[in-house]
Design a binder for this molecule. Structure first.
Ligand SMILES: [Zn+2]
Length: 203
């Protein structure tokens, strides 16, 4: 029994008022927009955000944070609500000392290799809007994803999981575009759940 269709985790939503970038400045907004889009397709979903603790104090997406209150609560949600999909939401700066990423709007990361089929499908769906705006990349040590994959292997849950990063600059990625993308993602998830139910009924 799945009590949730989608769980949206936001581990780096903890921002202090500070001249430096202390969090993923757009991740929480992106999560709220996805939440609205999922609601419009009648999908049971929840945003699970860490807004209290900034990343430099404790990175909630690393193994060392598993004993924190937020991660313990998250473990409970995973165990009890068995979400079908888990989307770990992040955002990246458009311009950094490592280079200009203004051309990239969305990035999907996955820790498991080869990538599961569903992440290729999500990417393909997003690229229908604009072929070069999204990218799929290899992730590492994303512990929320790793915990879900671990649970899947132990048959504690069977969830699809990926990490989604959105561009923080509204010049590179406008709010309108962000809303459009989240709508497409929500529709894709709705269809994937609907088709699975139909398959089951035909078995
Ligand atoms: Zn992040």
């Amino acid at each position: 029994m799945n009590d949730l269709d989608v769980l949206i985790t936001v581990p780096h939503a903890g921002c202090f008022v500070n001249p430096f970038r202390m969090c993923d400045t757009r991740a929480y907004e992106a999560a709220q927009i996805l939440h609205q889009a999922l609601n419009s397709y009648d999908l049971k979903n929840q945003v699970f955000a860490n807004t209290a603790i900034p990343r430099f104090i404790m990175d909630m997406n690393r193994f060392v944070s598993r004993d924190t209150r937020w991660r313990k609560l998250l473990s409970e949600v995973l165990r009890e609500k068995k979400p079908r999909w888990i989307i770990d939401m992040h955002s990246f700066p458009s311009d950094t000392i490592w280079g200009d990423r203004s051309g990239l709007k969305i990035e999907i990361l996955h820790d498991e290799h080869p990538f599961p089929l569903y992440v290729h499908q999500v990417l393909k769906e997003l690229q229908k809007i604009e072929p070069t705006m999204s990218n799929l990349d290899q992730g590492k040590w994303n512990d929320i994803m790793d915990q879900v994959l671990e649970n899947n292997r132990r048959n504690l849950q069977t969830s699809k999981v990926f990490l989604l990063e959105v561009n923080e600059s509204s010049q590179s990625f406008s709010k309108n575009e962000l809303e459009k993308v989240m709508k497409i993602l929500a529709r894709f998830i709705r269809n994937s759940i609907f088709f699975r139910k139909q398959e089951k009924n035909h078995q």
